[in-house]
Design a protein around this ligand. Structure first.
Ligand SMILES: Nc1ncnc2c1ncn2[C@@H]1O[C@H](COP(=O)(O)OP(=O)(O)OP(=O)(O)O)[C@@H](O)[C@H]1O
Ligand SMILES: [Mg+2]
Length: 368
């Protein structure tokens, strides 16, 4: 006998000889078998025991195999039912398949075919089970993520309340000292440190609040070029001060997209500032936009000739609070990613250490 398998198969046939022969065949293949001579017994067994697959004769007195199939499926639609039929009843068997039978085997049955049909039904059950488990896992992970987000939201609101005001007071007091007491050079340096750090704390709180409440987007139909032009105007002075050559290339007639200008500006500004941070001694930043006709997406790329990102760090740059900078909060890319995903877009980063970084953002074109 083969190794014992876990599945339980119910066989229903009013002919004791067929019952006996199929039972021993399946027993030999290691299956547990429950045998019944009529549909009523079969239903009682299905309702009380674990049954994985049903094999039933189609022609039985009182309740036929097809009626049994319907009864089984109104009790549990997931149990595969295989019908055993004579050649003459093929039309009936085909009709049964339409009503949800898993398969049919003809009498006199071939043992190989019967075992093969059972194996296919088992495979089907396994697939259904996996699909269910996967759906549960997915639901759990969505639930977990939502709970996490809510936790961050509550935490951020708490921080904003408990820290923002005292920090604001510290900054105001330091500024007051500056104005009122005409501090000497050393004291001025300390006061500047205090003010700079209060500003950093405020920035962390602002980013954290943004990260926790990203959903207040106001989508309008608009142009990505406008966003890029505004940003270039904004960073022009910083670029020339840092000796970074800013190059802007844009295809004509870019389709419009559905966007929240303010949010996208914030996302792209983070990408531009990262590029500038990576080029403290100057370099080149090229911002290119074009339309990918096949994907129907606007592509925006930011290519810098900066320090690049090590392979180790490339897997971590989107983690909140991951930073390699002395004054970084490590929230810039998390925010950018969140905003881009809110626009149903994608972001991809390619980088080579000591060579530069290319950040590519793809946003879907407006569907009118
Ligand atoms: N263009 C780039 N070139 C080199 N390194 C980059 C680039 N963009 C991102 N990085 C790396 O990814 C890290 C995370 O970036 P992110 O914008 O999230 O935070 P940050 O810039 O450190 O801080 P901030 O919150 O102030 O933006 C950076 O510290 C840096 O190491
Ligand atoms: Mg940054």
């Amino acid at each position: 006998m083969n190794e014992k398998k876990g599945e339980v198969i119910l066989i229903v046939d009013d002919d004791p000889y067929t019952l006996e022969s199929i039972s021993s065949l399946l027993n030999e293949h290691g299956y547990s078998v429950v045998a019944c001579g009529n549909a009523a017994d079969a239903m009682a067994k299905i309702q009380k025991n674990r049954i994985d697959i049903v094999l039933t004769d189609i022609r039985m007195p009182v309740v036929s195999g097809i009626e049994l199939l319907e009864k089984i499926h109104s009790f549990n639609s997931e149990i595969p039912v295989i019908l055993i039929t004579a050649y003459a009843e093929l039309d009936m068997a085909i009709d049964a398949i339409r009503r949800g039978a898993f398969d049919f085997i003809t009498k006199p049955y071939s043992p190989e075919y019967l075992v093969h049909a059972v194996e296919r039904a088992i495979e089907h059950n396994r697939y259904v089970r996996l699909e269910k488990e996967f759906k549960c896992m997915l639901q759990d992970s969505v639930k977990e993520k939502t709970e996490k987000l809510n936790e961050i939201e509550v935490l951020a609101a708490g921080i904003a309340h408990e820290i923002r005001n005292p920090i604001g007071n510290v900054k105001a007091a330091a500024q007051l000292c500056f104005k009122k007491y005409d501090p000497d050079e050393r004291l001025r340096t300390y006061l500047k440190i205090i003010i700079k750090n209060t500003e950093k704390v405020n920035r962390v709180i602002k980013d954290l609040l943004n990260l926790a409440k990203p959903h207040k987007a106001l989508f309008k139909r608009g142009s990505i070029d406008k966003v890029i032009n505004n940003l270039c105007d904004l960073v022009k002075a910083k670029c020339s001060k840092q000796k970074v050559l800013l190059i802007k290339r844009s295809s004509r007639r870019l389709p419009e997209i559905s966007l929240d200008e303010r949010l996208l500006e914030e996302a792209f500004l983070n990408l531009i500032l990262n590029a500038l941070d990576a080029m403290p001694k100057g370099g080149r930043l090229a911002i290119t936009t074009y339309y990918d006709y096949n994907a129907r997406e606007i592509v925006i790329s930011f290519i810098d000739s900066g320090s690049g990102i090590s392979e180790d760090n490339q897997g971590r740059i989107f983690y909140p609070f991951f930073t390699t900078k002395k004054n970084g909060t490590g929230l810039g890319l998390s925010l950018a990613l969140q905003i881009i995903e809110l626009h149903k877009g994608k972001i991809h980063i390619e980088s080579k250490l000591d060579y530069g970084t290319e950040v590519t953002v793809r946003l879907p074109a407006y569907k009118g």
